[in-house]
Design a protein around this ligand. Structure first.
Ligand SMILES: Cc1cc2nc3c(=O)[nH]c(=O)nc-3n(C[C@H](O)[C@H](O)[C@H](O)COP(=O)(O)OP(=O)(O)OC[C@H]3O[C@@H](n4cnc5c(N)ncnc54)[C@H](O)[C@@H]3O)c2cc1C
Length: 123
């Protein structure tokens, strides 16, 4: 029903006064359910970066890119790994997944994901 997009992370999102955002900048698989979330965070960060660099658009775009790159790269790569190692594991791979996942409590899993859900993503 939908095209699934994935690509190795890239760091060139900006060319002069043009910047990429959302899937155009960092297409990711759906296994973390974060593609639209990251696009919305990008939009908020872009507006904030342009505001902080009023009158200096290119500096604002570079600030936006620098502030977003590592977080979106992390989500891109984790989304791919979730697909490969959690959702689509089979045989011994699935048994290892089950063993690792069942060894942690729900609170421990939330703590592991705190970097994603615990803040605004706009540092
Ligand atoms: C199966 C699946 C499940 C998903 N589940 C989730 C989820 O649970 N949570 C989540 O956060 N994300 C999820 N996503 C990801 C999310 O849908 C995307 O990351 C998000 O839509 C990206 O937004 P975007 O604005 O960057 O791009 P898009 O939504 O692709 O928007 C780009 C727009 O540009 C238009 N366009 C293209 N070319 C042109 C042109 N030349 N001129 C004018 N317009 C043009 C397109 O028609 C489109 O409307 C999922 C994706 C898939 C495929």
């Amino acid at each position: 029903m939908w095209v699934l997009c994935d690509r190795d992370p890239v760091d060139k999102w900006v060319d002069g006064r043009v910047a990429l955002l959302g899937d155009a900048a960092h297409p990711m698989l759906q296994y973390m359910a974060q593609g639209a979330c990251m696009a919305m965070e990008d939009a908020v960060c872009l507006a904030d970066s342009l505001s902080r660099n009023a009158g200096a658009t290119e500096a604002g775009l570079e600030s936006y890119r620098a502030r977003r790159l590592l977080r979106t790269t992390r989500v891109q790569l984790m989304s791919r790994a979730m697909g490969d190692h959690v959702y689509h594991a089979s045989g011994p791979h699935a048994a290892l997944r089950n063993s690792i996942m069942s060894a942690k409590t729900q609170a421990e899993w939330y703590a592991i994901l705190d970097w994603l859900y615990g803040g605004s993503g706009l540092d």
